[in-house]
Design a protein around this ligand. Structure first.
Ligand code: MG
Ligand code: MG
Length: 268
């Protein structure tokens, strides 16, 4: 059952998303060769608590940490460890936080120093596919319209679109209806309605779409060990249109990037 949010609830969810956005912005300055994902995880936990929020992943389904940290061929759900990042790595950081009882949940894939051109292309295309999907999140459309847009955009580049893991509704629980696959058929699936809040999160592989799960019960990697990228935003339907609750602005400020990619999804 889809739990529609009131405008007051959407404003609270914007605060929750903002905790995560600021946390990813803080981490953007810290991601560099030589740091460990466990160190970044501790920074994030402290930073979230300083904002009077609670780490959203810690303990959820027994996940052991604050961040899912998935380098290189890891798709999602990587567990932070004491292995230093090295020049040329990519690292997907997925962060959740609870504030005022509502979850924020979004993700960004960072380059560690200089990365290969084909890996940078994967990051650029995956992030753009997120916006292609978000653009379809409007009253009158259906779940399949978002999935189709993401899949169609990424497959043009020959990339693998992960099937087993999907986006989701978001609210007082981390995973609500509807499921939001990153593939699909136009005009199929549940209809979008005013006041929905969803997390859209393409997980896109440079090579095969196939994945495997590690023995730790969490880590997912690509079957061919080629890199995978993951970008996620929290989005509400307001006045029939997609409205971003999360922002990559803090990341871009930290990295000195100027971008207007989010402008069309701010309708308030
Ligand atoms: Mg997430
Ligand atoms: Mg999510």
């Amino acid at each position: 059952m889809i739990k529609v949010k009131t405008s007051e609830e959407i404003e609270l969810m914007r605060e929750s998303a903002l905790v995560v956005s600021k946390t990813l912005g803080m981490l953007a300055k810290e991601v560099k060769p030589g740091v460990t994902t466990l160190y970044l995880d501790k920074l994030a936990e402290d930073f979230i608590r300083e904002q009077n929020a609670i780490p959203g992943f810690l303990g959820l389904y027994d996940f052991p940490n604050t961040l899912c940290m998935s380098p290189n061929s890891q798709v999602v759900h990587g567990i932070p460890n004491d292995k230093p990042l090295i020049e040329g790595d990519i690292i997907s950081i997925d962060c959740g936080a609870i504030k005022n009882g509502f979850y924020g949940d979004h993700a960004y894939t960072f380059a560690v120093g200089e990365i290969a051109a084909e890996t940078q292309k994967l990051l650029d295309v995956t992030k753009q596919s997120l916006y292609e999907g978000i653009r379809q999140l409007k009253v009158g459309n259906r779940v399949g319209d978002v999935g189709f847009a993401i899949q169609n955009y990424c497959e043009k580049y020959g990339y693998g679109v992960v099937r087993e893991l999907v986006g989701h509704g978001l609210g007082t629980t981390m995973h609500e209806d509807p499921e939001m696959p990153n593939y699909g058929k136009r005009g199929r699936g549940k209809k979008f309605i005013e006041g929905m809040v969803v997390a859209i999160e393409p997980m896109i592989n440079l090579g095969t779409q196939k994945i495997r799960q590690h023995n730790d019960g969490w880590t997912i990697t690509t079957l061919d060990n080629k890199p995978s990228a993951h970008f996620e935003h929290d989005v509400a339907i307001v006045n029939g249109k997609p409205e971003l609750l999360s922002t990559f602005k803090y990341i871009y400020d930290a990295l000195g990037i100027s971008s207007n990619e989010e402008d069309e999804f701010r309708n308030v």
